[in-house]
Structure formats: C-alpha cells, structure tokens
Design a protein around this ligand. Structure first.
Ligand SMILES: Cc1cc2nc3c(=O)[nH]c(=O)nc-3n(C[C@H](O)[C@H](O)[C@H](O)COP(=O)(O)OP(=O)(O)OC[C@H]3O[C@@H](n4cnc5c(N)ncnc54)[C@H](O)[C@@H]3O)c2cc1C
Length: 252
C-alpha cells in the first residue's frame, strides 16, 4: 500500500476527530498525538448486519437474522442469505455469519433450489476468499491458520521483489494438501478446490502447479522456481507438468 502512494501510520489508533466551526471534520489526532489535517474520515471497523429495521418484527434476530441449515428463518417461507444471515448452528470450523461474496452466492443458489422444489442445505465447501488491494491479488484456499497446527507442515515461497508469495500448508505425515495463501499470483479456484476435494498430496499440487495459475496472459510465471525451492527443501524430485486443459477442465 505504501508503494502505491498510501501514507500509512503503523502501531497507532484514531484518538480524536476535530471539527471546524461548521461542524465539519478538519483534522484527526492519532494516539501518538500526531495531528493530521483532512477533509474526510473513512472508518472501517468491521462488518455488522444492518438489521435494526427488523427488530420489531417476528423474525428471530441476534447479531444477524437467525437461520437454520436451509437458510430458513423462524417465519415460514422467509429466508435470509448473505451478510445478514446468522446460522443458529454453524458448520464445523465455520463462522456463524459468513460475510464474503462467494458464500453469499452459494446461499443464493441454495435458496433458489429450495424455493423451486429441491430442498437443499447450505454446503459452502472448502473455505475460499479472494481480495484485491490496488493491483495485488490475495487469495486463500482451504485452511491456512496464522500459526501451524499440530501435525501440519508448510512451504513458503516469496519473490525477491517482495510482492508475490505462496504459502502452502499440508499434513506432515499423510502429505495431504490442506490449504494455500497466495499473494500477487492469481490461482484458478476450480483447480485448488479439486485438489482439496480429492485429498491430493502436496506433491501432486506442486506437480500440477501450472494448471492452477490464473494470471492474465503475458504475466511472468514462477512455477518452475517455486517447485525447485520445494524440491530443495523437501528433498523431493518433482518435475512440474505442462499446463493441461484436460486436467483443468476435470477431464484428465
Ligand atoms: C469494502 C469491502 C470489501 C470487500 N471485499 C471483499 C472481498 O475481497 N472478497 C469477498 O469475498 N468479499 C468481500 N466483501 C464482502 C462482500 O462484498 C459481501 O459479503 C457481499 O457483497 C454480501 O452480499 P449481500 O447480497 O449479502 O449484501 P450486499 O452486497 O451488501 O447487498 C445488500 C443490498 O441491500 C440493500 N439494502 C440495504 N437495506 C435495504 C433496505 N432496507 N431496503 C432495500 N434494500 C436495502 C443495499 O443497498 C445493498 O444493495 C467486501 C465488502 C466490503 C464492504
């Protein structure tokens, strides 16, 4: 963000917003005491469902609108999906409110099936998220905790420019691929999802890494370098397979 022109302050918080004589913001004061002149303040403290207008209705609400696994509320034929839905019993390892676009989309598809006569429970599949800061992509697939859990191992590659990296987590004994965080390199969702679905080993993920790359054409690619580092560290001898559309489309 700094390299893209954002003037950041680290290890500090907003202490005060100062207004001018017309009640409009003119400056903010940081907890360090630093005063910064400004004409606009944007606060992003997190997401909370905006459901106040439903508080006096018969709908059951807590932090969000309470739903069961079929996204049904406590009122017949009333469903809740997306950022405002709160699961009464969240699925294992998942949050009670899931505020990302792909889960919202799956919830929509699920309710559409239900109201068309095919009653479906919400099944979000493997955790996934993608975001973009300026031109830098960030994606996460499966389970990558901030600290390695017992029995887990990891492999980390970073480009020397410091704006691209990949962090793979796998099971130490079975070598099962558990998750990936990637920054600056865009990955094809279907390919990673299939690896997670099929309990692929980390070696298989490495071998087929070229299939997973979803950067636009003419971007530099780094799969050979990434796998070379993996081979060195893990004492393996994997050669990266050429990209195969048959495999990418799930037919190979
Ligand atoms: C800054 C930001 C960045 C994000 N980045 C990512 C990301 O990188 N990846 C990701 O997966 N997710 C991201 N999200 C989350 C993602 O955008 C949401 O999870 C998703 O949009 C939720 O969809 P939704 O349909 O539930 O709600 P929304 O998209 O919020 O749609 C709700 C709609 O209801 C309307 N509305 C509200 N009240 C009323 C009312 N009383 N009457 C009628 N209409 C009303 C609103 O105007 C809005 O159009 C981001 C969100 C924000 C705010």
């Amino acid at each position: 963000m700094s390299r893209r022109g954002v003037d950041l302050r680290f290890n500090t918080e907003l202490k005060e917003i100062i207004s001018d004589e017309n009640g409009r913001v003119k400056a903010v004061v940081a907890s360090t005491g630093e005063e910064l002149a400004c004409q606009f303040v944007g606060l992003t403290p997190g997401v909370s469902p905006n459901i106040d207008f439903l508080k006096d209705t018969d709908l059951e609400t807590e932090e969000g609108i309470v739903v069961n696994q079929f996204l049904e509320t406590n009122q017949t034929d009333v469903y809740s999906i997306g950022d405002c839905a709160q699961f009464s019993k969240p699925l294992a390892g998942r949050k009670k409110i899931e505020q990302v676009w792909y889960t919202g989309r799956i919830m929509g598809e699920t309710v559409a099936q239900t109201i068309c006569g095919n009653k479906l429970a919400y099944k979000p599949g493997h955790w996934f998220n993608s975001a973009k800061f300026f031109d830098i992509e960030y994606q996460t697939y499966g389970c990558v905790n901030s600290m390695l859990q017992e029995g887990e191992s990891n492999f980390y590659w970073e480009h020397k420019g410091g704006e691209m990296c990949m962090h793979f987590v796998f099971d130490k004994s079975s070598r099962k691929f558990l998750g990936l965080n990637t920054f600056g390199i865009r990955i094809r969702h279907e390919v990673m999802n299939r690896h997670l679905d099929s309990d692929a080993t980390i070696e298989k993920v490495m071998e087929q890494l070229k299939d997973a790359n979803f950067d636009p054409e003419f971007y530099r690619v780094y799969e050979d370098k990434i796998v070379a580092k993996f081979n060195k560290e893990q004492k393996t001898n994997i050669s990266v397979k050429k990209r195969s559309w048959k495999r990418i489309l799930g037919a190979g």
